[in-house]
Ligand binder design. Structure first.
Ligand SMILES: Cc1cc2nc3c(=O)[nH]c(=O)nc-3n(C[C@H](O)[C@H](O)[C@H](O)COP(=O)(O)OP(=O)(O)OC[C@H]3O[C@@H](n4cnc5c(N)ncnc54)[C@H](O)[C@@H]3O)c2cc1C
Length: 389
C-alpha cells in the first residue's frame, strides 16, 4: 500500500502527529520497536493498579489549548504532585516551602525562614570568597551555586546526595549552570508544579494513546532499521518497506544520531533502571505516590507507589525504585544531556536533517530536547501545522 506517512515511534509525539494527519485525511502507518504503544508514558495494569513502567508521569501544563486537547482523549483526575523527601530519619515536604522550612528549623513565619536562608547563603559566599582570596563571589561548581542560593542545611539534606546520584558525579565536579535557581515558596504549599493544570489520566496513559491512535494501523515490535529498505531512504523517492509498503514522508521520533549512523559523533544521554515490586500483603507502603531519598548512600533516588496517582483503595500495592544510571549504546536513552557540547552536536545533526526533506524528526529523541509531555504535544501540533498541506 502507498501511505502518506510512516510514523516511527508510537510515543506521545508520534501518536499526536499520526492522529492529526489521519484527521486531515492522510494515510498513516505507525511502527514502534517496543512490543507496546505509548513510548515512555506507557502504563500497564497489574493487580488493578496502573503502573508507570518507565517512571512516574504527572501531566502538568499552563498551555490551555494542550490541556483541552488531552482532555478530549482521557478524563484527568485532580492529582497534585506533592513529593516527600527522606533524609536519614527526617521527612520533608517538597518543593522547598514553609512546611519544609518549619520542619527543618522549627520556625513559623516566612520572615524567619528568609532570614535563616539568607544568612546561611551569605556565610557560604563569604567563606568561599575567603578560601579563594577573591573580592566577588562567582559559583564555580554546582556545590558553590547551591550553597549560595539555599545555604548549608538545605544543600546538605535535600540537594547534595540526590543531585550526585542523579548525575553520577560529585556536586563539586558538576557545572554551576545545572542549578540556575532553587525554587522556594514562602507559603505552606506542597504543590510541586506551578502550572495552572495538573492531573493523571484516569485509567492510565496507555488508554490515552490508544484513543489517539484509534483507526490507525500500528505495528509494534517493528524496528525502523529492519522495516525500511535503507538504500532507498534518502533517494528523494518514497521510502519502501520490506513488506512492500511505500511512504511519501517519514516522521522519526527515535534517536537522531542513531538515524545518521552516529556519523558526526554520539550524543549523550542519562539512563535509569527501574526495580518494581508487587506487595500483595501491603495496602499502603509509603502514604504518597512519590518519595525522594536524598542521601547519597541510598542508591535509588525515589520510590514510586503507583496506586496513589489514582487514589487507589484496593488490596495490595506496587512500588518502583528508580536508580539513575550512566547511558551506553543499547541502553534506554531516558534523558538527553542538554549541555553545551551535546546541544552543539545536535545542531549539526539538525543541519544534516534539513537535507532529508522527506524525513521529519520529532520528540524527545528526534529533537534531543528535555521535553515534558505538554511540550511534546505542543511541538507535535506545531509540526503538523507547518507540514500538513
Ligand atoms: C523517568 C521519566 C519521567 C518523566 N516524567 C514526566 C512527568 O512527570 N511529566 C511530564 O510532562 N513528562 C515527563 N517525562 C517526559 C515524557 O516521558 C516525554 O515528554 C514523552 O514521553 C516523550 O514522548 P516522545 O514521543 O517524544 O518519546 P518516547 O516516549 O521516547 O517515544 C519514542 C518511541 O520511538 C520508539 N523508537 C525509537 N527508535 C525506534 C526505531 N528505530 N524503530 C521503531 N521505533 C523506535 C521508541 O520505542 C518509543 O516508543 C518523563 C520522562 C522520563 C524518562
Amino acid at each position: 500500500m502507498k501511505y502518506d506517512y510512516l510514523v516511527v515511534g508510537a510515543g506521545l509525539f508520534g501518536a499526536v502527529f499520526a492522529h492529526e494527519m489521519n484527521e486531515r485525511g492522510k494515510s498513516v502507518l505507525v511502527i514502534d520497536k517496543r512490543d507496546h504503544i505509548a513510548g515512555n508514558i506507557y502504563t500497564e495494569n497489574r493487580m488493578g493498579i496502573n503502573v508507570h513502567k518507565y517512571g512516574a508521569h504527572i501531566f502538568h501544563t499552563s498551555d490551555r489549548e494542550v490541556w483541552e486537547y488531552v482532555n478530549r482523549f482521557a478524563e484527568f483526575n485532580n492529582y497534585v504532585n506533592s513529593p516527600v523527601a527522606v533524609y536519614k530519619d527526617e521527612l520533608y515536604n517538597l518543593p522547598f516551602n514553609m512546611n519544609t522550612f518549619s520542619k527543618m528549623w522549627g520556625i513559623r513565619t516566612p520572615k524567619e525562614a528568609m532570614e535563616i536562608i539568607n544568612s546561611q547563603a551569605e556565610a557560604e559566599k563569604e567563606r568561599i570568597k575567603k578560601e579563594k582570596g577573591t573580592e566577588t563571589f562567582e559559583a564555580e561548581n554546582l556545590e558553590e551555586q547551591a550553597l549560595s542560593l539555599a545555604g548549608r542545611d538545605i544543600y546538605e539534606k535535600l540537594v547534595k546526595g540526590y543531585t550526585e546520584k542523579q548525575w553520577g558525579r560529585d556536586c563539586k565536579e558538576l557545572p554551576a549552570f545545572i542549578i540556575k535557581r532553587l525554587p522556594m515558596r514562602f507559603i505552606f504549599d506542597n504543590n510541586y508544579f506551578n502550572d495552572r493544570y495538573q492531573g493523571i489520566p484516569i485509567g492510565g496513559y496507555t488508554q490515552l494513546v490508544e484513543k489517539l491512535l484509534e483507526g490507525i494501523t500500528v505495528k509494534t515490535a517493528t524496528d525502523y532499521y529492519d522495516y525500511i529498505k535503507r538504500d532507498k531512504e534518502f533517494a528523494g523517492e518514497p521510502a519502501e518497506s520490506v513488506d512492500g509498503n511505500s511512504f511519501e514522508t517519514i516522521l522519526f521520533t527515535g534517536m537522531i544520531d542513531e538515524f545518521f549512523d552516529y556519523k558526526l559523533g554520539m550524543l549523550e544521554y542519562r539512563s535509569l533502571r527501574f526495580e518494581t515490586q508487587e506487595l500483595p500483603e501491603v495496602d499502603n507502603y509509603q502514604g504518597n505516590a512519590v518519595v525522594n531519598y536524598t542521601q547519597r548512600e541510598i542508591p535509588y533516588t525515589r520510590i514510586i507507589e503507583h496506586k496513589h496517582f489514582e487514589y487507589g483503595q484496593g488490596k495490595g500495592t506496587i512500588i518502583t525504585r528508580e536508580y539513575p544510571a550512566d547511558w551506553k549504546q543499547g541502553d534506554e536513552p531516558y534523558y538527553p544531556m542538554n549541555d553545551k557540547k551535546n546541544n552543539e552536536l545536535y545542531e549539526k545533526y539538525r543541519e544534516l536533517a534539513k537535507d532529508k526533506g522527506n524525513v521529519l524528526f520529532g520528540g524527545r529523541l528526534g529533537q534531543y530536547k528535555y521535553y515534558n509531555m505538554d511540550q511534546v504535544i505542543r511541538a507535535a501540533l506545531d509540526m503538523v501545522k507547518e507540514t500538513a498541506h
